[in-house]
Design a protein around this ligand. Structure first.
Ligand code: NAP
Ligand code: MG
Length: 501
């Protein structure tokens, strides 16, 4: 039940009116409470206080939402729309979102803890752009005509059809942007969706649900639920009327999703963890490389699946890199996300705070040295100092496992003649999401890009995203790709039609 809650005075009128209003999920075109009437608290990670209560969906709500999505896919208004009409609806959502940029940036800052200044120039505009980019694909999911050798009196062609009802389960690190990455391609291709928001950060997704209603999407096409992993996410991933599940989150839960999907062999795509290397060669522009390596790990409080969390620097520049990244880390302004001058906010939750600080502790115990940070910041809220650890080696937990916080481990490498050995070091992880290479030598850059086993390789940059670029993982970083033209393959079935003329 709602307790006395104070609204943060830094919220603008729109965000504050949303936060203080009654929260609802979107099911079958209606903004509704959970069937059970249950709600759960949403917390502000900057001080641990309760922001508000939101509906808590369970298997009963999942079932209603899935049936609504099934109905909307199998008949009714949605399949009757032309691709151009679908595209225009998506474009409309993008316009509405853009009009509310400040409000969404504030909701993200309040709920997730990320700096409002970052959310306003990254999370929200990237989500807007994703919807616009995918709106364009609605009219371009093309098949092909294929000459076959059975005879010249045959005509064969392929068509791409939407895969059907899609379950989408998203994490808390980029709540709005992850919703956009998933909803955009599903709707562009003509699928219907039941999305479960992360329990830690449901606010922007519930506000986005209102924009889908305002944009005029037919009932049942988009359903957005708030709830917990086991009681809500698990029945969604296992539901027999769902044709595909798309998940972003931990590798551990990703494996559960893959298992849950076996009942009806629904299609599965997974975007999972990472332990991405940032590799600095001695010929790199050092100022750019050091600033880039710092931002690769400290951006979004290090809560990025593609964070540059393993820093490799050539031995001749290792001390310079360690000092440089540590210096930047020590100067970062830490504070609540809603403070416009904040550069690094709190971690999303007490659980993440405990997890990240226990990693740092294990680093200390296993002999790591601290270049900067290593402690909590403030005795209120879930702040962790930007942290660089060196004197580390494979076999240590901080080197092998994904920390998902502002903690980078720095290691040196010896020879630049033996790129293969260096690539093997960079690839010495179960993950394969991303990497960055910092050098002015184009031959080294491209050789490394070729040898690194990861879905994204950045050269002289890190964390550059675009709706047009595919993103996803090798190895245990996932199955399939998000964004770009690639993602459309994950939301469509291909049908080959052969006609005897
Ligand atoms: P998580 O448990 O994997 O959560 C991701 C999503 O899956 C959430 O919506 C979660 O629900 C849901 N979920 C949990 N258990 C489920 C189940 N059995 N069936 C269906 N859905 C389920 O991630 P987390 O616990 O928030 O974070 C733990 C670690 O995961 C992080 O420290 C980080 O290493 C990694 N992570 C990676 C990413 C990424 O972008 N690759 C993002 C977030 C976290 P609820 O949260 O609502 O319970
Ligand atoms: Mg929160």
């Amino acid at each position: 039940m709602a307790t006395a809650i104070t609204i943060d005075p830094r919220l603008g009128a729109d965000a504050s009116s949303f936060v203080s209003g009654k929260h609802a999920m979107l099911i079958d075109g209606n903004l509704v409470a959970a069937k059970s009437g249950k709600t759960f608290p949403v917390y502000n990670p900057a001080d641990g206080t309760e922001i508000c209560q939101v509906p808590e969906a369970d298997a009963a709500d999942v079932d209603i939402a899935v049936r609504a999505a099934r109905h909307a896919f199998d008949g009714g208004a949605w399949p009757a729309l032309t691709p151009s009409q679908r595209g225009r609806l998506l474009w409309k959502v993008a316009d509405l979102l853009e009009q509310h940029t400040e409000e969404f940036a504030q909701l993200e800052a309040l709920d997730n803890g990320k700096p409002v200044s970052v959310a306003g120039v990254a999370d929200v505009p990237l989500a807007v752009d994703l919807f616009r980019y995918m709106a364009g694909w609605a009219t371009k999911t093309l098949g092909s005509t294929i000459p076959i050798s059975a005879g010249n009196d045959f005509l064969s062609y392929t068509v791409r059809e939407p895969v059907g009802v899609v379950a989408q389960i998203i994490p808390w690190n980029f709540p709005l942007l992850m919703a956009a990455w998933k909803l955009g391609p599903a709707l562009a291709t003509g699928c219907t969706v039941v999305m479960k928001l992360a329990e830690q950060t449901p606010l922007s997704g519930l506000r986005l649900a209102q924009l889908f209603v305002e944009a005029g999407f037919p009932p049942g096409v988009v359903n957005i639920l708030a709830g917990f992993g086991e009681p809500c996410g698990a029945p969604l991933a296992a539901h027999d009327l769902v044709d595909k599940v798309a998940f972003t989150g931990s590798t551990e839960v990703g494996k559960l999703i893959a298992r849950a999907a076996t009942g009806n062999l629904k299609k599965v795509t997974l975007e999972l963890g990472g332990k991405s290397p940032a590799i600095i060669f001695p010929d790199a522009d050092m100022d750019t490389a050091i600033a880039g390596a710092a931002s690769a790990i400290f951006f979004n409080q290090g809560q990025c699946c593609c964070a540059g969390s393993r820093l490799f620097a050539h031995e001749s520049v290792f001390d310079q890199v360690v000092e440089g990244v540590s210096h930047i880390g020590s100067k970062i302004k830490i504070g609540p996300g809603l403070d416009p001058t904040t550069e690094l906010g709190p971690l999303v939750s007490e659980e993440q705070f405990d997890r990240v600080t226990s990693f740092i502790k294990s680093g200390h115990e296993q002999g790591a040295k601290v270049g900067t940070g290593g402690k909590r910041h403030s005795d209120r809220g879930y702040f962790v100092q930007p942290t660089l650890l060196h004197n580390v080696r494979p076999g240590m937990k901080v080197v092998d496992e994904e920390i998902f916080g502002p903690v980078v481990v720095a290691q040196s490498f010896k020879t630049d003649a033996d790129l293969q050995r260096l690539a093997a070091q960079a690839n010495d992880t179960v993950y394969g999401l991303a990497a960055s290479v910092w050098t002015r030598d184009i031959s080294v850059a491209h050789k490394m890009a070729r040898m690194i086993k990861a879905g994204t390789v950045w050269v002289n940059c890190h964390n550059v995203f675009d709706a047009a670029l595919p993103f996803g993982g090798y190895k245990q970083s996932g199955w399939g790709r998000e964004m770009g033209a690639e993602v459309l393959n994950n939301y469509t079935e291909v049908k080959a039609v052969t006609v005897k003329l």
